[in-house]
Design a protein around this ligand. Structure first.
Ligand code: PLP
Length: 460
């Protein structure tokens, strides 16, 4: 890669896949207008991409002839518009707290379409979930006891529940129940009689591999058959989330991993490559679901899809990141530019809390786009720069990496981090330094000039 001006060293690049919808927004001129209007960073959301991702998951199910339900894992992004889309499409939502449950209900998602996950759920959350007819993924025996007690003492309907399996292949997970605990839980469900409706089992696995998901799903099917013998309903399983998102090409990703070194980062910062999200995934999103359904589990002889059909079992899943693939980006304005030895430090008008990969000792790697007032910067020049936040903390870096920008970033330019809707935008945002939380803008119509609205109306 050619290097120009004050710059002397090669720096690796990781461009995101080309995305015509995002490019159209970048080229529309709207982002500079909005940056001026808000006077700070903001995120834009593309709900039609969420709709398309949801439809792709549903098509994967129908192509395999499998009865299934998709629940959007709400933790991946706090915007209201995703709840609105779920309500409109009769899709489910996975919530893990009372405020998340209230949000989903408040935006029109029916209680029966909500699954409540997360460990050690509060009494408030359990009570609300039972009242609204939500399905509760029970994480532990004491939670089951609390739920049964709540239901026996005044609930208007039985508690709908799944029992969450501790993944045998991830024995250090703090979630779910082991085989002995599940046996006890089944016994308690039988004894609880009409107070509970035991609808099946669930798991969520770390990582993105498909085979372990098919393997554990097969184990849950066996558990369902055993539970049915005990007189329990047990007609569904949830395989949780963890459907990968493919942010960048195989070539770019593997080259990046092979070439990146501490000198490519501000202050020679080192990251362990194992802590990076796998920014390239050969099988991602709804295709990962197709693969899981077509997989023959290790202990089986037919595909998971066939086993689900044979056993009359409904398949639930809780994708977060994958439903948000391509559905949003984060926009910061360059507020200052400093020269350093061979690179620049760009300071933007927000903080790293809006690009939340630092939760994982990592950083968000897809290259931000540089958008000048007259359009996207293009060309073969290389102007390496890291990106700092507008705070007084050394560690507040949106990007430690020296990104090879095609032009010298200038005050007033915008940096647009692509494809941030899944977990990056708002998981960690806080009003640090009394800075307001970046607003979210929904772009409802693409084609011609995008039309925008705020995701939430400002409070009066
Ligand atoms: C129980 C459960 N379901 C679903 C998800 C969503 O995972 P992803 O966004 O990777 O699909 C998570 C993520 O932590 C989870 O814990």
């Amino acid at each position: 890669m050619a290097v120009t001006g004050l710059h002397t060293a090669y720096v690796p690049t990781l461009p995101a896949h080309t995305d015509p919808d995002t490019d159209q927004v970048l080229d529309s001129g709207l982002l500079h207008e909005l940056s001026h209007a808000f006077g700070g960073p903001f995120h834009f959301l593309l709900p039609h991409r969420f709709d398309a991702n949801l439809a792709a998951f549903r098509t994967a199910l129908s192509d395999a002839g499998v009865e299934g339900r998709v629940y959007y894992a709400k933790k991946a992004n706090k915007a209201a518009v995703w709840m609105e889309r779920c309500a409109a499409h009769q899709a489910g939502v996975d919530v893990a707290s009372a405020p998340e449950l209230r949000e989903a209900l408040g935006h029109g998602v029916r209680g029966e379409n909500i699954v409540v996950t997360g460990p050690a759920k509060s009494e408030e959350l359990l009570r609300l979930a039972v009242l609204q007819g939500c399905l509760i993924a029970v994480d532990a025996l004491d939670e089951l006891d609390l739920l049964i007690t709540l239901t026996l003492t005044g609930a208007v309907r039985p508690a709908r529940l799944l029992l969450r399996r501790l993944p045998p292949a991830q024995p250090h997970s703090r979630f779910g129940m082991n085989a002995a605990e599940l046996a006890t839980a089944l016994d308690r469900c039988v004894r609880a009689g009409n107070a509970v409706r035991m609808e099946g089992f669930s798991f969520h696995l770390s990582g993105y591999a498909t085979q372990p998901r098919a393997d554990l799903a097969e184990e849950l099917l066996d558990l369902c058959l055993k539970a049915r013998v005990l007189g329990l309903q047990a007609d569904r399983i949830s395989i949780g989330g963890g459907f990968a998102v493919d942010y960048s090409s195989a070539d770019h990703w593997h080259t990046f991993l092979a070439e990146q070194r501490p000198e490519h980062y501000h202050a020679n910062k080192t990251f362990h490559t194992a802590d990076f999200y796998p920014y390239h995934s050969p099988v991602a999103g709804a295709d990962a679901l197709r693969t899981i359904l077509a997989t023959v589990p290790e202990s089986g002889t037919t595909t998971l899809a066939e086993r689900l059909k044979e056993t009359g079992t409904l398949l639930m899943m809780e994708p977060g990141r994958a439903l948000l693939d391509g559905a949003g980006a984060s926009v910061f304005r360059v507020q200052g530019v400093k020269d350093r030895d061979g690179y620049r430090i760009v300071t933007v008008d927000g903080t790293s809390l809006s690009v939340s990969e630092q939760w994982f000792n990592s950083e968000y790697l897809p290259d931000p786009h540089l958008v000048t007032p007259s359009g996207r910067a293009h060309g073969s020049e290389v102007h390496p720069a890291c990106v700092g936040g507008a705070s007084c903390l050394e560690s507040d870096m949106l990007t430690w990496r020296k990104v090879p920008f095609p032009a010298r970033p200038r005050v007033g330019d915008l940096l647009v981090y692509p494809n941030t809707a899944g977990y990056q935008m708002d998981s960690n945002e806080s009003p640090f330094h009394d800075l307001p939380l970046p607003p979210k803008v929904v772009l409802d119509r693409l084609g011609g000039r995008p039309r925008w609205r705020l995701d939430r109306r400002p409070a009066c």
